[in-house]
Design a protein around this ligand. Structure first.
Ligand code: MN
Length: 254
């Protein structure tokens, strides 16, 4: 009987209109990930989350030419690692399992509206829809442990809620974010502080390099790296992220 039913349903599918056929039935629904767009009812659909590795070296620019730069490296977080943090609110952020050394990394995030392969530097910023303030939360002890063993970073970077982020501000409203103070405080004490113009690889250069490795698409977002002075948080801490022209992003570790 089951075989007969299966055969019947295949016939039915085959007879369906092409529009219906294009949308296969699924046993359950998945929720797409969105980031609210500031001062708008629209939301930004997230495709992939790319992150660049260490990208601020306080002395790099003053010490010498670009020839001293090592190639950038990237990793990804799962799209549903996004935790939206509404402006002017203190949002609870769960202390994750498996770590005893949980670190903050405040970062500018670029959100793409278009993509491509082998994007050129002169066109790179044309692909940016907008910018947000974000946190690349990290299980630092596991990062070191995995690094020592030459194993992947997955467990220390790509876990649930590891990508808190504020609303996206469109470029047409705020322009490109090439300079400006970016900082982070814990319980009111400033821990990280730098200027966006101190990035080793600019957002435009990151887009160029990423597009050599992967075709980029609308909905891709790029965490553009964190300044020095990382540190741990514990339950009860209030982490405040600040970026010139943006509302603060504030989480409470719970
Ligand atoms: Mn980071």
């Amino acid at each position: 009987m089951k075989l007969a039913l299966g055969a019947a349903s295949i016939v039915t599918l085959g007879a369906a209109s092409s529009a219906e056929a294009a949308k296969p039935k699924t046993p359950f629904q998945l929720e797409p990930t969105y980031i609210p767009i500031a001062n708008s009812s629209e939301q930004f659909p997230v495709r992939r989350i790319y992150c660049i590795g260490r990208n601020y070296a306080a002395h790099a620019r003053e010490m010498g030419s670009d020839l001293t730069r090592e190639p950038p490296f990237f990793f990804q977080k799962p799209t549903d690692a996004i935790q939206f943090v509404a402006p002017n609110k203190i949002v609870d952020h769960p202390y994750p399992t498996l770590t005893k050394n949980y670190h903050y990394e405040v970062e500018l995030v670029a959100a793409l509206k278009t993509g491509g392969k082998n994007i050129t530097i002169d066109k790179a910023l044309d692909h940016v829809y907008g910018y947000a303030l974000g946190l690349d939360m990290t299980r630092r002890d596991l990062q070191r442990f995995m690094g020592d063993q030459k194993k992947p970073w997955e467990i220390d970077k790509s876990f649930d809620h590891s990508a808190p982020i504020g609303p996206i501000f469109p470029v047409i409203k705020i322009g490109h974010q090439k300079s400006g103070s970016i900082s982070l405080s814990v319980n009111g004490e400033v821990c990280q502080k730098a200027n966006l113009n101190q990035m080793i690889w600019s957002v435009a250069e990151q887009i160029v390099k990423l597009s050599e490795a992967n075709e980029l698409f609308p909905g891709d977002i790029i965490y553009s790296g964190t300044p020095e002075n990382l540190g741990p948080v514990v339950r009860g801490d209030i982490v405040r992220c600040m970026l010139d022209g943006f509302p603060d992003l504030v989480i409470k570790i719970v």
